[in-house]
Design a protein around this ligand. Sequence first.
Ligand code: ZN
Ligand code: ZN
Length: 283
Amino acid sequence: MFSNFHTHSTYCDGKSTPEEIVDYAVQLNLKSLGFSSHAPIPFECPWCMKRETLNDYLMHINSLKNSKQGIAIYTGLEVDYIPDTIGPLDFSKTLDYTIGSIHFVENFRNGKGWEIDGSHQHFHDGLAEIFKNNIKDAVDRYFELTREMALKSRPTIIGHLDKIKLQNTGYQYFNEADRWYRETIEDTLKAIQTAGCIIEVNTRGVYQKKTDSVYPSRWILESIKKKRIPITVSSDAHHSNDLISYFAETFQLLREIGFKEIHILTESQWKPYKFNEDGIKIN
Ligand SMILES: [Zn+2]
Ligand SMILES: [Zn+2]
C-alpha cells in the first residue's frame, strides 16, 4: 500500500483533473493522497496556479475529501521560497500541509527568475550571467535558500532536495563527492533537522529519465537516516499514470539503506509507518 503527497493537477501544470487523480489513486489502493499544485507567485509563471484560482482549488480539493471510501485526501500546495517575496508560511494556515521547493535562484539582469530545473540552455545562461560560471557559488546559493526556507518558512515537507543535480548529467559541472558539495548538503540536512521538516524521496527525475537516481541521492539518504530525519515517498506526478512510478524500486532502496519507517499523513497527523517494497504496512 502506498501514499503520495506530491501531485500536480490541471490547476497548475498537471495533465489530469483532481477527479482523475482520485479515481486512479482508489484503483491503486492508496492509503493517503495529497494534492500539491504549484502555489501562485507574484509574477508571470506558466507552471503556477493563477492567484484568482486559489480559492476554487481549495474548495474543490476540500470537497473531494469525503468523496471515496478507504482513501484519505489532503489539501496542500508546493510553494516556492523566494526571499522577501513568497514562502510556504504564507499558505500554511489554509492547508493540511505544504511542500517547500526551490525552483528559482536569483534573477537575470532583465529581472526574470533563473529556474534551476528549466532547460540545460536556460541553466547554462543563468550560470554564466548571474554566477560568472562559478558552479560552486550557484549550487551553494541553491542550498543556502533551502536552509533559509526550512528555518524561516517551515514547510511540512522539503521538496526534491537536490533537484539541481538534474543539470549535472554526466557530472559535467561537479562531482557529488567533492568536499564543498558534501559540506553544503550536510549543513542543509542540519538546518532541516533543526526546523523539524520531513524530507521527500522524490522519484520524478528517474521515471522521466532526467536523473539516474531519486532526489535525494543515496549517500544523502544515508546521512538523513543517520540523523533520523523523517522521510516520505512521493512521485511529483503531473499525470495520474505516474502516481506510484518507480515506487517499488524506491521502497526497496530505502530498505537497503536501513530505513524502517516512512511518514504518512493520515487521520490528520503525520505518523511513521513500517514498510517493505510493496509499500507501507498497516498494522
Ligand atoms: Zn518542484
Ligand atoms: Zn512538484
